[in-house]
Design a protein around this ligand. Structure first.
Ligand code: HAM
Length: 436
């Protein structure tokens, strides 16, 4: 018999492998609730058309797609954004605005295998619909930072790079580039970090020579690291669009500063995002050391709901991936080893004592305490070893001597201290111990 393995780029999660992911999901859900976002879910399989020409060539080339038995062209979702736009678009008038939604789900992309990238991965997505101003970006960047801080990361571990496709459009327009030239230039800028000036080939192959003036001006905007520098650079161009846009930038940065997030963000026009639908501010989170690929990415996409058949609805959102996040937490020693250790480990003399303990075990569990016990007869030594390894704080000992006296021993596993308690006071004693 051939032995089967999971497919390349797909992961099995044995219980210990699932601990980091469950930890991420819990913290992300907690952060989303703190920010007033509501959770939604959606199918993993969608019509292929949902992604064609909407997500962009890169993702389209990575789709897991096939024809189903009803002759429908379908694809496993590579991202949530088209789906959430489809859902919000269908009920836009009935939904109270601003619509603040989040989800935690799995996605599929046929990617080249590399560190931090897989073919099936999880994302936390958060999006706001119905808010056109930078208030939505402030709320989302705040949530993104909270999602990472909640995991124990600090401004020394990660930062969010803030950029703006509108600003690039106005800037390149002021330099004389038309819309197609601008799009090709943004594709070049997207690759600039990896390829350096060779990235401009994407532009020159399509449009011939790149003038020294444009090259210099593009490099100047790429080098900007603060709003003050940005204002100085844009000042010389006398473009009303650019000047108006800087007001949005000021509002965004003032809001983030007032939220106490200034240390977590930086102005960095090198981020333009590969996905086709972004229309305004875009942002990506990275680890400070730069060892890992992007932790999260997002931006504004004001046209997508309309393009997918819904009404015109401004939208902005982001997604955090689980794989780079887990790598970063591992590097920083921030992953828990155990997530749901028992509160109580019950140690029994034998099968009669186990039977005698069942009533108390059931009662403790019905109150929500996590209780474990050995299903087979084991010596006391082995049971105490198991109790300690399980991470339980206390053991309840049901030996034949104790039961004959109508008591149970309660052992503090950390302090190695024991007290006897009457049988009818077990639940109260456990509650007392665990709350103390
Ligand atoms: P994205 O930049 O394609 O954006 O993905 C967001 C994050 O998902 C990445 O930063 C990365 O952490 C993770 N990710 C992406 N691809 C993979 C992969 N193959 N393996 C592991 N992790 C991966 C989006 O998906 C947008 N839809 C986000 C968004 C939401 N924009 C607006 N709303």
């Amino acid at each position: 018999m051939a032995s089967f393995k999971s497919l390349p780029g797909f992961r099995d999660f044995y219980p210990e492998d699932l601990i980091p992911r469950t930890h991420l999901f819990r913290q992300w859900r907690r952060a989303a609730h703190a920010y007033g976002f509501q959770e939604y879910d959606a199918p993993v399989l969608e019509s292929l058309d949902l992604y064609k020409a909407k997500s962009g060539d890169e993702i389209e080339g990575q789709l897991f797609n096939f024809t189903d038995k009803g002759d429908r062209e379908v694809a496993l979702r590579p991202e949530m954004t088209p789906t959430v736009c489809r859902m919000v678009g269908a009920k836009a008038n009935a939904l109270k605005r601003p619509i603040k939604w989040f989800s935690i789900a799995e996605f599929f992309r046929y990617e080249r295998m590399q560190k931090g990238r897989g073919r099936c991965f999880a994302q936390f997505n958060a999006d706001i619909f119905g808010e056109a101003g930078p208030e939505a970006e402030i709320e989302l960047v705040g949530l993104l930072v909270q999602c990472l801080r909640g995991l124990g990361l600090t401004a020394e571990d990660f930062y969010v790079r803030l950029s703006d496709r509108n600003l690039w459009f106005y800037y390149l327009g002021a330099l004389g580039l038309d819309e197609i030239q601008t799009k090709d230039m943004l594709a070049a800028i997207d690759k600039f970090e990896r390829l350096g000036e060779d990235a401009f080939k994407i532009y020159t192959d399509a449009h011939g020579e790149l003038s020294d003036e444009v090259r210099t001006k593009v490099l100047a905007l790429l080098a900007i690291k603060s709003l003050a520098d940005l204002e100085a650079l844009v000042d010389g161009l006398a473009s009303e669009d650019l000047t108006a846009r800087l007001t949005d930038w000021r509002q965004l940065l003032d809001g983030l500063t007032a939220m106490g997030l200034a240390d977590f963000v930086s102005v960095d026009l090198g981020v333009v995002r590969g996905l086709a639908y972004y229309t305004g501010f875009v942002f990506e989170a990275f680890d400070r050391k730069g060892d890992l690929r992007a932790l999260a990415g997002g931006g504004r996409y004001n046209d997508l709901v309309g393009k997918l058949g819904g009404p015109d609805l401004p939208a902005v959102g982001f997604a955090i991936g689980d794989m780079t996040m887990e790598l970063l937490l591992r590097q920083r020693g921030l992953l828990p080893e155990i997530l749901s250790q028992p509160d109580v480990y019950v140690v029994v003399g034998g099968s009669d004592e186990r039977l005698a303990a069942f009533g108390d075990i059931a009662e403790l569990r019905s109150f929500g305490y996590r209780v474990d016990y050995p299903m087979k007869d084991l010596g006391f030594g082995k049971q105490f070893k198991n109790a300690t390894e399980s991470g339980a704080k206390l053991a309840l000992i049901y030996g034949s001597d104790e039961l004959a006296k109508g008591v149970v021993k309660l052992r503090d596993l950390a302090k190695r201290e024991e007290v006897e308690i009457p049988r009818d006071q077990v639940t109260a004693a456990v509650a007392d111990f665990l709350s103390g």
